[in-house]
Design a protein around this ligand. Sequence first.
Ligand SMILES: NC(=O)c1ccc[n+]([C@@H]2O[C@H](COP(=O)([O-])OP(=O)(O)OC[C@H]3O[C@@H](n4cnc5c(N)ncnc54)[C@H](OP(=O)(O)O)[C@@H]3O)[C@@H](O)[C@H]2O)c1
Length: 256
Amino acid sequence: MDDSSKDLWRLDGRRALVTGASRGIGLAIARALCERGAEVWMTARGRSTLEEAVAELNADGFRAHALAGDVSDADSRSRLIESIGAPLHILVNNAGYNIRKPALAYAGDEVRDIFGTNLMAAFDLSRAAHPALAAAGSASIVNVSSVAGLKHLRTGAPYAMSKAAMNQMTRNLAVEWADDGIRVNAVAPWYIDTPLARQVLDDPDFRAEVLARTPLKRIGRPEEVAATVAFLCLPAAGYISGQTLAVDGGFSIFGF
Ligand SMILES: NC(=O)c1ccc[n+]([C@@H]2O[C@H](COP(=O)([O-])OP(=O)(O)OC[C@H]3O[C@@H](n4cnc5c(N)ncnc54)[C@H](OP(=O)(O)O)[C@@H]3O)[C@@H](O)[C@H]2O)c1
């Protein structure tokens, strides 16, 4: 393999921001980007867990930084982008959460808040990051969506709606920002073993139902989503844009 083909699989010299990076899928993404050579800024609201996660990566010899903040808050987003500066080669919009309920049971600001974190924060952070991403010359946004944005699942409608909108946001921004050298893709995981998913997977009956609907017959690992995200950021994926790639053990293509 010559030097140029090796470079296709590396992120040396690239600067990345990963949201929701203190645990679960986001932390695995930060590690995967570090392992390919990137310098990574990580954000989450809980400062101490975030700082522990960053310290662990730095102890392994990687270059990671903690910037605590709430991506659903406009001031927080501005502070993040200002602190990192330009160029920014990679933005991973991963922070997300859910409140599972029947559609008629949502009250007060619950629906607005789900949209605020899962969708609007990703849209507004992408827009705020645009100058720094464009300054990179070649940049990549990856949105962490869900198979709930492709199919009906028992997640509750607002979460699914936020992820479906994220998939379309991915397509629109991919076209709009192609001339700026910014590729935009999404990954859509099915059940992945994280603190968020354990809330439902700890119920053995629920877990058995999930496995019965999964051709690969196991729950996914955060590292498997992270590897897909890292791939989409690599020069090797330089001709891929606007796609939503399911990381789902075959769930979304499993018919009868
Ligand atoms: N796990 C799955 O099975 C699964 C499946 C499909 C899609 N996903 C998606 O994958 C993403 C990550 O999920 P996960 O399972 O890894 O979740 P998780 O274990 O609950 O971790 C969520 C991360 O996001 C941070 N976060 C949450 N709200 C935030 C906010 N407003 N601002 C900044 N950081 C915030 C959390 O830290 P703080 O709480 O300290 O802020 C934490 O670091 C989500 O978008 C989720 O919808 C997960």
